[in-house]
Design a protein around this ligand. Structure first.
Ligand SMILES: Nc1ncnc2c1ncn2[C@@H]1O[C@H](COP(=O)(O)OP(=O)(O)OP(=O)(O)O)[C@@H](O)[C@H]1O
Length: 696
């Protein structure tokens, strides 16, 4: 059933097809609903007039009333700019236009009183306002109150569709339809959380009478946004649980033998707990979709192996998909050894596997003689068919999209395999809830016994000799060293040169030790070769880029030097640091930076020095960068939030999740009369998904 909200935006008075096309392409606004949900990103208080003497650069925006005392054009060519001066009783303020100056010059009236609005900047030692909004002052005009400010693109601005124009459109729309907006949240929830109605919130976010109303509107709309996401994810999860059966692996003789006789160490309590959680899942008759989160080095691999045994013990095969060839190779080496102890077969399949090897793998997979396949995304190719894939373990969810997951499900005709996603990226709780609300989550929150926390220090480039001395001492004590350089795609060439220069200078500084090098541009076979030399201890120092970021496991490596540490994000620094401290020796991480550090960089470096707790680090990262930048979240789509902010609104997220859970507990299909509107809304938003379409 379509409603007034589905009306195409061009039918709003004042828009028409051309503007509508622009709104479509620039802001993805197609319907009345899209426009209504296109919220202002802030509100400006336009009732306040500042005295020019009180203005300083830290104010986000100012409004002054004064006379234009002079206009002049300065500079030539691209540096040409127009300067005007506005004066009130307390001082003079400079106004600047870089482009469009000619138009202003013609239209601005000297000696006239204007109301000027904009952001103050400090230029040299003088304050100015660049490209201010100008309006001739008139006494009969009432002062404006709070003004919504909308994000618009340069293209829209160039066509006259600036924030003000959008504001006029939303005002019209709100006046026309807000009162007709049906409520979608159940009344009990509105009461419990003291929310205002949807109609009221829409009116106040776009046309706020005062600051308090903006806050109320935001509270309601944030809650609604997060609540609807949670309802969707949780409903999906229950739907899957009810409708997707899974293999039952309740027979575990090999696992028991391995556990009693071959386990190389005692599992930590956290590992044991997680194995039990997974075992419960695979005995339940439902398909498992579980996320296994564990900080770097917490021992996820062995847990993954035990899960593979559960499948194999029941006559099924297992596979593990790693994000890179190096990691696939490493998992292969490690797991091959473990599997051999209980007589199981393991093969490795990556993009660089030879045709002959592939043919053998394809054959052995199909006839069931191969128990475990380890590899990269090459495993997903259609040609790779299993006899009966029971479980798939995915290392590092972040490089693994929804489409790939779907491919995996198609590997079986009978039932989908159980899926265990392992990630070392510490995802803050709030984010995990939003991103993975449809997965069950297990956490290994304990490090193996005997690990010493990595000691981290910050050094400036001038301390390099000192750092070199320390490296030498560590190597002489039998340890190995990583030296990591940033390699960021945009200026890959320059970075590569940095890395090569670094490699040379390390070779010069340490002529007595063999040094290896590893970077993403090398051929997989060369990478593998270099990595193996380091694993075997033949090279003492590994100069590398972030290709070693995830998963590389060389317990004898005890020092990690990170060059240009200011260029890495916090989570990335944490991942890198996790490459050391994997054995019983004391390990060290040295963050090298130049002298000048921004406030943000300082916080990152200080956080790294202060703590090794991945979750604490992830929280700081979330606050510093916002969720959009956290590894992998870009592709997820879940984070296309319009108004809520996961870094700031974690409490609202928790409340909304709890109330979504309670609601679905009491009415899983939202069929009670009081939840009908919500059900209707979910159906209309998920027209193509089976889960909401069974009941009309
Ligand atoms: N319970 C344990 N006791 C002692 N050592 C352990 C234990 N569990 C794992 N280890 C060892 O700790 C090291 C790290 O384990 P693993 O490689 O599984 O970590 P991880 O969680 O996969 O970390 P990353 O995400 O960084 O790869 C390995 O050398 C592994 O053998």
């Amino acid at each position: 059933m379509s409603t007034i909200l589905d009306t195409k935006v061009e039918f709003l008075k004042g828009i028409g097809p051309q503007k509508a096309a622009l709104l479509n392409t620039e802001l993805r606004i197609f319907t009345f609903e899209d426009l209504l949900y296109y919220y202002p990103f802030r509100h400006e208080d336009r009732s306040k007039i500042y005295a020019i003497k009180d203005i300083h650069e830290d104010l986000p925006y100012i409004q002054v009333r004064g006379r234009i005392t002079g206009i002049s054009s300065q500079g030539v060519g691209p540096k040409k700019r127009l300067i005007a001066y506005v004066q009130d009783d307390t001082g003079i303020l400079e106004l600047v236009w870089f482009q469009g100056g000619a138009w202003i010059e013609k239209n601005i009236l000297p000696n006239t009183i204007y109301v000027v609005f904009g952001k103050p900047n400090l230029y040299g030692r003088k304050l100015n306002v660049v490209h201010p909004e100008m309006e001739v002052y008139s006494e009969d005009k009432t002062e404006k109150g709070l003004q919504p400010v909308y994000n618009v693109t340069e293209k829209l601005k160039a066509r006259g569709m600036d924030s003000k124009a959008i504001s006029k459109l939303t005002e019209k729309l709100v006046k026309e339809i807000a009162s007709k907006l049906p409520e979608i949240l159940p009344a009990a929830i509105i009461d419990e959380y003291k929310l205002i109605s949807r109609a009221q919130a829409m009116e106040w976010i776009h046309l706020p009478p005062n600051a308090a109303s903006v806050e109320k509107a935001k509270a309601r709309l944030k809650f609604e946004e997060l609540f609807l996401i949670q309802i969707k994810l949780l409903h999906q999860k229950t739907y899957r649980k009810i409708h997707y059966r899974g293999f039952v692996f309740n027979h575990i003789p090999t696992l028991n033998v391995f556990y009693k006789e071959h386990l190389p160490f005692d599992l930590t309590d956290a590992q044991k707990r997680v194995v039990k959680e997974i075992y419960k899942d695979v005995c339940s008759g439902k398909q498992m979709n579980r996320l296994l989160q564990g900080d770097v080095g917490s021992g996820k691999t062995i847990v993954g192996f035990l899960c593979m045994l559960m499948a194999i013990d029941n006559g099924y095969q297992a596979c593990l998909i790693a994000p890179t060839e190096i990691l696939a190779a490493q998992h292969y080496e490690g797991l091959k050894e473990l599997a051999a102890k209980v007589g199981l077969t393991v093969a490795k399949l990556t993009g660089s596997s030879k045709k002959k090897e592939r043919d053998v793998i394809h054959r052995d997979l199909l006839d069931g003689s191969l128990n475990i396949l380890i590899g990269t995304h090459a495993i997903l190719e259609d040609i790779v068919q299993f006899k009966n894939l029971g479980i798939c373990i995915i290392d590092e969810q972040h490089r693994f999209g929804v489409a790939q997951r779907a491919k995996l499900w198609k590997k079986n005709t009978e039932l989908p395999p159980h899926v265990l996603v392992m990630t070392a990226t510490p995802i803050p709780r709030t984010l995990a809830m939003t991103l993975y609300g449809d997965l069950d989550i297990s956490v290994i929150d304990q490090m193996p016994a005997g690990r010493k926390p990595i000691s981290t220090s910050h050094k400036f480039d001038k301390d390099r000799l000192l750092v070199f001395g320390f490296i030498r001492k560590q190597i002489l004590e039998g340890r190995q060293i990583y030296i990591v350089y940033p390699l960021i795609e945009e200026n890959e060439k320059l970075d590569l040169k940095d890395l090569m220069d670094g490699f040379e200078s390390i070779n010069r500084a340490f002529p007595e030790f063999p040094v290896g090098i590893l970077h993403g541009r090398m051929k997989p076979a060369d990478k593998d070769f270099e990595m193996q030399r380091f694993v075997k201890g033949e090279t003492k120092i590994m100069v590398a880029t972030t290709v070693i970021e995830v998963g590389v496991n060389v317990p004898n490596a005890s020092v990690m030097v990170i060059e240009n540490a200011e260029r890495f994000g916090l989570s990335q620094l944490h991942q890198l640091r996790g490459r050391v401290g994997r054995g019983a020796d004391q390990s060290y991480c040295v963050l090298m930076t130049s002298h000048k550090l921004s406030a943000n960089t300082k916080t990152r470096i200080e956080t790294m020095v202060r703590t090794t707790n991945g979750f604490e680090i992830a929280d700081v990262d979330l606050k510093l960068r916002g969720p959009g930048d956290l590894a992998g979240t870009q592709q997820s789509g879940v984070l296309d939030l319009r108004i809520a902010d996961l870094a700031q609104d974690s409490q609202t997220l928790q409340l909304s999740r709890q109330s979504a859970m309670d609601l679905l507990d009491s009415d899983p299909e939202l069929l009670k009369p009081e939840n009908r509107m919500l059900r209707g809304y979910m159906e209309s938003k998920n027209k193509n998904s089976k889960e909401w379409s069974r009941i009309s």
